[in-house]
Design a protein around this ligand. Structure first.
Ligand SMILES: N[C@@H](CCC(=O)N[C@@H](CS)C(=O)NCC(=O)O)C(=O)O
Length: 197
């Protein structure tokens, strides 16, 4: 099994955290997706990370599909429950994925030449992130309860905001989320997958 990933992608981090939480061994192949490496394009025509190539050779090109696959294979407690809890959990996890989408789009915008950046577009992303964090703030997520995909996604999304968008100052508005992230970041799976400046 191979995971094509990059150190600073929050989506790849989700998968790398899940591998560690579940104790699944996997070859992590670091690539820069923006350079279109042929080995990545050979398994994912979208040219994005993460991609998990199963032992049977099937490429899985989306972090949530990868999470489903690893959760079914892993030896640890299930991260995605069955039954009535499943849909609300996936809905929460999807909100955190959406925060990642907005935060990554914001980064890409700031990498354009100054005269090609669109301040209103950045502001819209910034507002949507804060609006979503206010919703997540009320979810009562605790770092010392059983870990689920929602905990992992929210932890990776918040850590990415701290890493890429320190000017967002989300912590003052969302103290419960800040406390969650500080405690959740102590897990070995998070420590071993920290982004690099
Ligand atoms: N929905 C996808 C998003 C993957 C994604 O956007 N990955 C970014 C890295 S953070 C990427 O590879 N971007 C390269 C590009 O846009 O060309 C997932 O959850 O895996």
């Amino acid at each position: 099994m191979q995971l094509f990933c990059s150190v600073n992608s929050p989506y790849a981090r989700k998968c790398r955290v899940i591998l560690r939480e579940h104790g699944v061994s996997c070859d992590e192949v670091m690539v820069n997706a923006l350079e279109n490496p042929p080995e990545l394009l050979a398994v994912n025509p979208l040219g994005k990370v993460p991609v998990l190539v199963t032992d049977a050779g099937l490429p899985l090109c989306d972090s949530t599909i990868i999470a489903e696959y690893l959760d079914a294979r892993g030896s640890g407690a299930r991260l995605i429950p069955e039954g009535a809890e499943r849909l609300p959990l996936l809905a929460l996890a999807a909100l955190a994925d959406g925060v990642m989408d907005l935060a990554v789009e914001w980064v890409l915008q700031t990498r354009r030449p100054a005269e090609m950046q669109w301040p209103d577009w950045i502001a819209r992303r910034r507002e949507a992130i804060l609006r979503t964090l206010r919703v997540l703030e009320r979810c009562g997520l605790m770092a010392d309860e059983a870990v689920t995909l929602a905990h992992i996604n929210i932890g990776c999304a918040l850590a990415y905001l701290d890493f890429r968008h320190p000017t967002l100052l989300w912590r003052a508005e969302c103290p419960a989320l800040a406390a969650f992230l500080d405690a959740f970041s102590q897990r070995a799976s998070m420590q071993q997958t920290r982004p690099e400046a």
